[in-house]
Design a binder for this molecule. Structure first.
Ligand code: GDP
Length: 327
């Protein structure tokens, strides 16, 4: 029977195949190679995208950023830029790529402003598809976008038409995680109301945002509670800051106002820590899995389908041509 596949380990009486060490193997291997992750930020300019990214990864990713003046912004088309940083923590390396979509929502005419973003995501899929079918499959540079943080303005009444249009255009290509920008401009009550309104609208307009995987029924209560809280946090209310201030004798990332200090990493002030934990600690692998198994797979299937169609068309054309000659 199947026992012929097994061998007895010397130090244990139990039959032992060895796959129990798989998680460790995967882990060791990826620790050595390092992880990579590509995060896209999108939304109207001025909503605090670059500030939040800097706060999230404690780096200044935008040192050389050139801010455009009003006139330049009127004519600007959506231009996509990429920044890469290598971060290392306790010997674990992470190659983080941030894809920025500046100027979005700035131009006078915003119809189809999502188009260049959608094209960008497709181009990365296309490149991967080519590489995967090519000769050097071992060393593919994977530039697929794993997650898109979509910034929603705190000043509107829920979603704006542009938000709906943008998210619907992208939701089958990338994991969208909506965030409520500049949450320090709202009272806790307002944040709560806005979140509910935005969640309702997401549902109403059929926008498919990234779904946290359901936890199994045998998971412990703490974990379930955490999972529930995470789902209730959507859209994450975020605050960003590039400055360190002193609060209660501690130096923290925060925003200093005449009436007090807003602390970015204080869970009572916003969902920043929740968002960072989700992205980095708990759901990074799932975001990558969903990208590969759902979004990329969709792209790939469409590609193959249209390639097949082309082949059939070409064959029919040749056949018809040959028949025509015979007559
Ligand atoms: P981007 O164009 O979306 O990248 O926006 P920036 O990160 O350049 O931020 C635009 C302005 O908003 C800057 O003056 C920031 O200091 C400010 N800002 C960024 N994040 C926040 C926030 O969370 N709350 C508040 N009140 N202001 C913010």
């Amino acid at each position: 029977g199947s026992s012929t596949l097994m061998y007895k380990s010397h130090d244990q009486d139990k039959e032992y195949v060895g796959f129990a060490t798989l998680p460790n193997q995967v882990h060791r291997k990826s620790v050595k190679k390092g992880f990579d992750f590509t995060l896209m930020v999108a939304g109207e300019s001025g909503l605090g995208k670059s500030t939040l990214v800097n706060s999230l990864f404690l780096t200044d990713l935008y040192k050389d950023r050139k801010l455009l003046n009003a006139e330049e912004r009127i004519t600007q088309t959506v231009e996509i830029t990429k920044h890469t940083v290598d971060i290392e923590e306790k010997g674990v390396k992470l190659k983080l790529t941030i894809v920025d979509t500046p100027g979005f929502g700035d131009a006078v005419n915003n119809t189809e402003c999502w188009k260049s973003v959608a094209d960008y995501i497709d181009q990365q899929f296309e490149q991967y598809f080519r590489d995967e079918s090519g000769l050097n499959r071992k060393n593919i540079q994977d530039n697929r976008v794993h997650c898109c943080l979509y910034f929603i303005s705190p000043f509107g009444h829920g979603l704006r038409p542009l938000d709906v249009e943008f998210m619907k255009a992208l939701h089958e290509k990338v994991n969208i995680v909506p965030v409520l920008a500049k949450a320090d401009t709202l009272t806790p009550g307002e944040v709560k109301k806005k979140k509910i309104k935005i969640r309702e609208e997401i549902e109403q307009y059929g926008i498919k945002i990234y779904q946290f995987p359901d936890c199994d029924s045998d998971e412990d209560e703490d974990f379930k509670q955490q999972d529930h809280e995470l789902k209730e946090s959507i859209p994450f209310a975020v605050i960003g800051s590039n400055t360190v201030v002193e609060a209660k004798g501690k130096r923290v990332r925060g925003r200093l106002y005449p009436w007090g200090i807003v602390e970015v990493e204080n869970p009572a002030h916003c969902d920043f820590v929740k968002l960072r934990n989700m992205l980095v600690r708990t759901h990074m692998q799932d975001l990558k899995d969903v990208t590969r198994e759902t979004h990329y797979e969709n792209y790939r299937a469409q590609c193959i389908q249209s390639m097949t169609r082309m082949v059939v068309k070409e064959r029919n054309r040749k056949y018809a041509h040959a028949e025509g000659r015979e007559k």
